[in-house]
Design a protein around this ligand. Sequence first.
Ligand code: 5RP
Length: 233
Amino acid sequence: MTPDEQKKAAALAALDHVADGMKVGLGTGSTANHFIDALGARVRQGLKVICVPTSIASRQRAAALGIPLATLEEEPSLDVTVDGADEILPRGLVLIKGGGGALTREKIVAASSRKMVVIADASKLMTAQTFGRFPLPVEILPFGARATIRKIKAAIDSLGMSGEIIVRQTGGKDFITDNGGLIADCHLGHITRPTELADALIRIPGVVEQGLFTSIATVALVATGDGVETITP
Ligand code: 5RP
C-alpha cells in the first residue's frame, strides 16, 4: 500500500466510530480529507450527522459534499473528532499536530469531543527515540513575534532540548493561520519531555497554542501493509 492508500484505509476504519445522530469534529489535512470524503458518501446514503470542521479548508470540502455543518458555537459538545497527525507516540498517545497550520482549532474541537480518533499512515508512528523529528508547530500572535520566539527558545533550552525556530512561509510570505496567527516551527530533532515542553510553551505570552497533543487522543487507527492497527493510550 502507498502512504496515501494507508491514509484512506485508516480513514475508512474511522467510520466505525460514527453512528447516526452523532456530532462529529472534522480534522484538517490529507488524511482527514479522506475521512471527510468517506463521510460525505455515507451522508448521501442517509447517515444523519452534524459536523464541526477544524479549518476553513475542511469546511469548504465538507460543504461541497453536502455534509450538514455547524460551528462550535452552535454545537459546543461533540461525540467524536476524527483527525490526522504528523507524529504519534504510542505510549500515552502523544501527538504532534499542525503540519497544516490548523493546530489551535484542531485542539479546541478535539477537546470539545468525547472521543478523538486519530487516523494515520504507518510513517507517522514514532518511538521515544524518534519522536520530534517533525518540526513542532507553535501558533503565535504576529504582535511581538520576535520576543515570543525568544521566550520559546529559552523554554526549549531550559528543558535540555534545542533547535532552530523558523516562522513558516508560503509563497515567500508569512503563512497566516485561519485565526490570523503565525506558525513558529521548532526544529528540535528529538522531543524527550513532551508533557513538560507542552506546559512550558503554553505559558508563554503570545503563544496561542502549541502542537503537542497530550491526554487528548482516545484511539489511533494506523494503517500498515498488514491492515489497520488500533492503538490506545
Ligand atoms: C493539520 C494537521 C494534520 O492532521 C497533520 O499535518 C497531518 O496531515 P496529513 O494528514 O496531510 O499527513 O495537524 O494542522
